[in-house]
Design a protein. Sequence first.
Length: 255
Amino acid sequence: MYFLFGFNIPKIKNAVVISHAWINSEKFSIPTNSSGYKVEKSGCFLCYIINWRKSKNGIQGGEFLKKYGHDGNYNWYFSLNREGKPLVEPYNIFSYTFATMAFGQLSLATGCEEYADIAKKTFDIILSKTDNPKGKWNKLHPGTRDLKNFALPMILCNLALEIEHLLDKDYLQSTIDTCIHEVMDIFYRPELGGLIVENVNSDGTLADCFEGRQITPGHAIEAMWFIMDLGERLNRPDLIEKAKDTALNMFDYGW
């Protein structure tokens, strides 16, 4: 089964992750050649890091996903089988964000305008879904317990930088400011000792329920990595320091 993911790899020049493959068959084989791309394996995930100077495999992956990964309107399926047939409907906003990252970075690596257009159109769909990321697949009953989730603001912190070359400068800054506010002012809770919660009420207050008490240290630590990147970009040592302290708090609380 395949699903899409993409982001820059620090310190690996001209490299980008274009896809992950989830192994569900003993017959799955890893393509190998002598062109010098690196394959990293972690558990059941394979992550192909393509050196664009030496290999066309990233473009092949992009073309496969361009053809089979969505429904024709850039609603991205969560997973496909080996033949490209959909396995899971496009219910999850992360299949959209990962598609945007991957095609944005693929456009940067190749200069292909078609890949850039796919990334921009998918990003517009993401923005249209911010109030209801799962759309028609949302199983929650409206009005009873309206919550705001941490996942989308967190990933948008990273996504905005990964497709920076495709965004208007003023819009990029506005997106960055909004994401920092959401993560560090809404989901970061000083009254809980500087922890980050996964869900708050729609008005930004703490939710006294199971979902409102959920804390996921790994998720928050990942977000602090994104926030530190933004702090470096904005030359805000105060933001970097707060993100560092928050990450350490989450480590202590979780482990």
